[in-house]
Design a protein around this ligand. Structure first.
Ligand SMILES: [Zn+2]
Length: 343
């Protein structure tokens, strides 16, 4: 079969769906692509734009898009004036201003291609006002316009927008494939795999099934805080289960963040670690989301009962829930450590 969007290894069925929509001339005016950060949403949108414009579209002996004709090359290098990416520019939300640009620009005919493609990053961060303003464009777009709304959570989009654009969800990629791909194509990854195998294994565990995220984590300043957070989670679980008689327990509390959203991330990670252990108790083949080594998970499990693990994970869940409901940070942590019998 003809390789569809062959450069990427992820999202096979989505690639096939978009390519056949393009070849059949049945591409919708707008798609919502939902998936975690780094799961290939932007790549899918960009490859679709290239597929739409590919000059070798009808050559069945070539991959689709060919990635070598002038149109493909310009689009894939993000240099085409007719493929426009709009985002939050580092802001927490996307307001009416960004949408105003879209609404005006969409009526300017394409420069060189037959279509004009808009890739809207973080579409779920559009304010409701911005979404309503965008809806007017989405309801009656010019025939050449195609929109890709990328988001982590399509539920944050207004129902009126969701009903006008099919939702495509990116598919998780197995860690082995991410490992194979990044260690083959990125020198930093290949080096890290040899020189720091433990950090590399943790990087793969933290990549949330996305190659883009894995590549981001190869930057030491992105990876360092993640490793710190993972160490905190490992320490918490180890101390709660093993109860070593040293000062580790006392210093644990100072390692938690005093910032609410960071703390919430830390508690979620501890919960994930405990969930791994609960699953390990029940099955030898449970897929693990936190522990990079099954042996380490099994060793911890041997020291604790299933009931105790469930009790611990409930305590962590309750703490996380209290934090999201604005409870006092320090008090919530003290209660958690006491419920986990750490202090
Ligand atoms: Zn091409």
């Amino acid at each position: 079969m003809r390789p569809y969007m062959g450069q990427i290894i992820a999202n096979q069925s989505l690639r096939e769906r978009l390519c056949s929509d393009i070849l059949n001339g049945s591409l919708a005016h707008a798609y919502i692509i939902e998936g975690v950060k780094g799961s290939g949403k932007h790549t899918l949108a960009l490859l679709s734009a290239a597929a739409l414009a590919c000059e070798k579209k009808n050559d069945k002996n070539l991959p689709f898009p060919c990635s070598e004709c002038p149109a493909c090359r310009k689009i894939l290098r993000e240099l085409s004036p007719d493929v426009i990416t709009v985002g939050c520019d580092g802001k927490a939300t996307m307001g009416v201003d960004s949408v105003r640009f879209l609404r005006e620009d969409v009526f300017v005919v394409p420069n060189e291609l037959e279509n004009k493609v808009y890739i809207i990053e973080d579409a779920d961060k559009m304010t409701p006002q911005a979404q309503n303003a965008f809806l007017l464009t989405l309801e009656e777009p010019p025939s050449y316009a195609v929109f890709f709304l990328l988001c982590e959570n399509a539920a944050a989009l207004l129902e009126t927008i969701r009903s006008r654009a099919p939702i495509l969800r990116t598919e998780p990629i197995a860690r082995e494939l991410i490992d194979e791909y990044i260690s083959r194509t990125d020198r930093r990854a290949a080096q890290m795999k040899i020189s720091a195998p433990s950090d590399y294994a943790q990087l793969l565990m933290s990549a949330e099934n996305g190659i883009g995220r894995a590549l981001e984590l190869l930057e030491p300043k992105t990876l360092a805080p993640i490793l710190e957070q993972r160490n905190l989670a490992k320490d918490f679980v180890y101390i709660a289960i093993d109860r070593p008689e040293n000062e580790a327990a006392l210093t644990l509390i100072s390692k938690f963040s005093s910032k609410r959203d960071k703390l919430s991330g830390e508690l979620t990670l501890i919960y994930t670690a405990l969930r791994d252990l609960i699953l390990t108790k029940k099955s030898d083949n449970a897929p693990l989301c936190f522990y990079e080594s099954r042996d380490a998970a099994i060793e911890l499990c041997e020291k604790v009962s299933l009931g105790e693990l469930i009790r611990l994970s409930e305590a962590v869940w309750t703490a996380s829930d209290r934090i999201s409901r604005n409870a006092n940070v320090k008090l919530t942590l003290m209660t958690l450590l006491s419920e986990a019998e750490i202090i």
